[in-house]
Each structure stands twice: as C-alpha cells, then as structure tokens.
Write a protein that binds this ligand. Structure first.
Ligand SMILES: NC(=O)c1ccc[n+]([C@@H]2O[C@H](COP(=O)([O-])OP(=O)(O)OC[C@H]3O[C@@H](n4cnc5c(N)ncnc54)[C@H](OP(=O)(O)O)[C@@H]3O)[C@@H](O)[C@H]2O)c1
Length: 248
C-alpha cells in the first residue's frame, strides 16, 4: 500500500467503527464521520485513541453525509489535516422501516440522499486525489436488500441497489488509474444498527434465514473489507456477507 489516509463515513459505531479499527491496526490515519450522536462519537474516539500509535491521527467529523456542501467541507478538513485519501468506505446509512404505501416523498428522498447520494458526494471528492496517486480503494456498504428487496422498504432497497450501479460504473472508469471500487452486501449483522437492540427471541427468527449456525457480526463485514483492501485485481464486485441467506 502506497498511502495511508482513510475515510469511513458513519464510523462511530456498528460496522463502520470495526472497519475503522482495522484500518487503524494497519497503520492508517483516519477520519470517521457521523450525523449527530455525540455520545457514540466520544466513545469511538476514546476507543480508537487507545489503539493508535503516536504517529497516527484520527479526526471525528460531525455532519450529514447526504449534504454535498458538508461532504466538501469534511473533505477539505481531511485533506488539509491528514493528506490525500487513499481509502474511502461509504458506510453511513439509515434504515427507516416502512411499507411502500406509507413512505412519504420526503422519507423516500432522505433515504436515497443519505444512503446513495452521500456515497457519490464522497467519491467525487476523493477520486481526483486517487487518480493522481494512481492508487485507491473505494468500498461501498450496500445490503442484501439490494439483491432480494429485503424487509426495510423500497426506499432502502432502491438506495442500496443504486450503490451497486455506482460501484460498477466507478470501477469501470477508475480501474485504469489503479483505483478499485467494490461493494459489500451484508445481512443480519447482529451487533450493529437496528439488530443490536433486538432480544434473543427476535434474533431467533433471523437465524432461520441463514444456513450457518449463527448471525453475522461487524467483524464478518470487516473481514470482507480487508480482502477488498488487499486485492488490486478485484474490482466492480459485490461481496455477499449473509451466512448463505440467498440459498434459503
Ligand atoms: N446492521 C446490519 O445488519 C446491516 C445489514 C446490511 C447493511 N447494513 C448497512 O451497513 C451500514 C452501517 O450500518 P450499521 O448497522 O453499522 O449502522 P449503525 O450502527 O446504525 O451506524 C450508522 C452510522 O452511520 C452514521 N450516519 C447515519 N446517518 C448519517 C448521515 N446522514 N450522515 C453521516 N453519518 C450518518 C451514524 O451516525 P450517528 O451515530 O450520528 O447517527 C453512525 O455512525 C449502513 O449503510 C447499513 O445500511 C447494515
């Protein structure tokens, strides 16, 4: 690896925090973003601070990943304080569960804006630097919902399926510059997002949807991420981290 600055959007908890920690253990300096949960951000900062070396730096940036001006400002801060970004993980996302006929236009737009447009806003900030470095890794955290529709709602499924189109197009355009662009489609990650607060009873229902004898963890997603980080000949793919849920 020829550069060592990474951005993880939504890196203050759940899957994003575990990926951020992996990058830290590999020597990266990091920026992690979040929307507004200060407590999680402080906890994440304390945790990561205790695990970094003296020459590594961590920035915690508050603001909406679905707002292009905020993303541009965050990128200016990262570039100014840490340097050019070589690894981008578009992980920030919301999962507001609603049925098709219940979703308002505003809710639809907000989910697409944060989950999909936010990934594009970050890509367009970091791509010029990656092209110049002739190196880059972009990993978009999609979802099983992009494949089979999922259970959150059409707004969520559409936002996550859109990420796969963005991934494939960007892989095509950026491949010649040594920049790989891939996606991970997790499912049933029991220590993150909405599932983190579920009772064992509720989780038992999820277990019926997978082949292996347990649910997924953020660690499983981070392992897929590390594979993509280390794989210069893998681009434009989606890694399904779902315990075999497709086969049931
Ligand atoms: N958990 C699963 O089973 C699962 C399955 C498939 C896909 N995914 C996807 O994996 C990604 C991470 O999910 P997770 O379960 O780890 O989520 P999580 O625990 O709910 O964490 C979400 C993170 O994203 C941040 N975030 C939310 N909206 C944001 C916005 N508008 N701007 C900037 N940051 C924002 C949150 O910040 P605040 O704390 O400030 O809100 C938090 O840091 C998401 O894209 C999700 O769709 C998760």
């Amino acid at each position: 690896m020829n550069a060592s600055i990474a951005v993880v959007t939504g890196g203050t908890r759940g899957i994003g925090l575990v990926i951020a920690d992996r990058l830290l253990q590999r020597g990266f300096s990091l920026a992690i973003t979040y929307k507004d949960d200060e407590k999680s951000a402080e906890r994440a900062m304390q945790y990561l601070d205790g695990r970094k070396t003296a020459d590594q730096h961590i920035l915690t940036l508050r603001g909406d990943a679905g707002d292009p001006d905020t993303v541009a400002a965050h990128h200016r801060t990262v570039h100014g304080e840490l340097g050019a970004v070589s690894v981008l993980v578009n992980n920030a996302g919301i999962m507001p569960a609603k049925l098709l006929e219940e979703i308002s236009v505003q809710e639809w737009d907000e989910t697409i804006r944060i989950n999909l447009s936010g990934a594009f806003y970050w890509c367009r900030q970091v791509v010029p630097g990656m092209k110049e470095m002739k190196f880059g890794r972009i990993v978009n955290i999609s979802s099983i919902a992009a494949r089979g529709g999922g259970v959150i709602g059409p707004h969520y499924a559409a936002s996550k399926a859109g990420m796969l189109g963005l991934t494939r197009y960007a892989a095509r355009e950026l491949g010649p510059y040594g920049v790989t662009v891939n996606a991970i489609a997790p499912a049933f990650i029991e220590d993150a997002g909405i599932f983190a607060d579920w009772s064992d009873e509720k989780k038992a229902v999820l277990k019926e949807k997978v082949l292996v004898p347990r649910l997924g963890t953020s660690d499983d997603v981070a392992r897929a991420f590390e594979y993509l980080l280390d794989s210069p000949f893998v681009t434009g793919v989606t890694l399904d981290v779902n315990g075999g849920a497709f086969m049931i």
